[in-house]
Ligand binder design. Structure first.
Ligand code: GLU
Length: 284
């Protein structure tokens, strides 16, 4: 019988604003699942967007998590310290012809998809790219990795793969086909101009580097998971199991966002709430 993988979960906030009730729910769920299973809970600071990341938000994250009673194992991983690792992987993908250089602006894409013969469709990263630069931006023999934005050639990269969903219904094995990825996702950006990497690439490499076996995050990332599993297959990295949990909403049913300062954990703390009150608010 195959041994069951040890539960290694993580919380991966971006230090671009205060943690709110939705973050607390995600972090507590991932923490509790790992602790109950006698596994590990790791922390990662997703600070590749240096134009928005701030040290005081990072400090506040540690403080709020400790206050919630969350302890993490091992050192904290910080994405800003791993930029060379992301570039190395991009270089390999570039040399193998899975990427192409593309400087199309959002406007260019809008104009191309609004052409009458093509229907505009949206994927997890916005308008699905019509492939304008797929040929012209492809690597020439021996050409080094350029500094331009880089797109993944989904036609070449995607293959059949699957992941296990533990929380969202319907759960169980989720099949991903290459046709689905081409049609519903398309050639996503793997290296952004401002960061030299992207959320999708970094999260996949970091989950693998941290040995994460269970990714617990909001249901809003379910479609992004298909991209992540596709990348794991392409890069020959293991696929963890996933729990996409319900989203915490405000009184009007809207998903909480970073700007919802009224729901910030820091605000509740100031108002005298206890960690148990926060657990009760998110029904944990
Ligand atoms: N940094 C992402 C966020 O704060 C985390 C996404 C993930 O858990 O993969 O939304």
């Amino acid at each position: 019988m195959k041994a069951k993988a040890k539960v290694i979960s993580r919380f991966a906030p971006s230090p671009t604003g205060p943690l709110h009730l939705g973050h607390a729910y995600s972090a507590l769920l991932a923490h509790d699942m790992a602790r109950k299973a006698g596994g590990q809970f790791l922390l990662r600071i997703e600070d590749i967007d240096q134009s928005r990341a701030r040290p005081h938000w990072e400090a506040q994250i540690y403080d709020d998590l400790r206050w919630l009673g969350i302890t993490w194992d091992g050192p904290v991983m910080r994405q800003s310290e791993r930029l060379n690792i992301y570039r190395e992987t991009l270089d390999k993908l570039w040399q193998s012809g899975f990427l192409y250089s593309c400087t199309c602006t959002r406007r260019d894409i809008e104009e191309a998809v609004n052409a009458p013969q093509e229907g505009a469709a949206f994927g997890p990263d916005g308008l699905i790219y019509p492939g304008t630069c797929r040929l012209s931006g492809a690597p020439q023999p021996g050409q080094p990795l350029p500094d331009t934005p880089l797109r993944l050639n989904m036609l070449r990269a995607a293959g059949p793969c699957h992941f296990t969903e533990l929380c969202k219904t319907p759960n169980g094995a989720q099949q991903i086909t290459s046709e689905q990825m081409q049609r519903d996702v398309g050639d996503i950006v793997l290296a952004r101009r401002d960061m030299g990497t992207s959320y999708h690439l970094s999260v996949v490499l970091d989950d693998a580097a941290q040995g994460i076996t269970r990714v617990i995050r909001g249901a809003d990332l379910f479609e992004a998971t298909k991209i992540h599993v596709t990348l794991q297959n392409l890069l020959k990295l293991p696929t963890p199991s996933y729990c996409h949990h319900r989203l915490i909403r405000d009184d009007n049913g809207k998903r909480l966002a970073k700007r919802d300062d009224a729901r910030a954990i820091a605000k509740y703390r100031q108002d005298g709430a206890s960690p148990e009150d926060i657990r009760a608010m998110v029904r944990l």
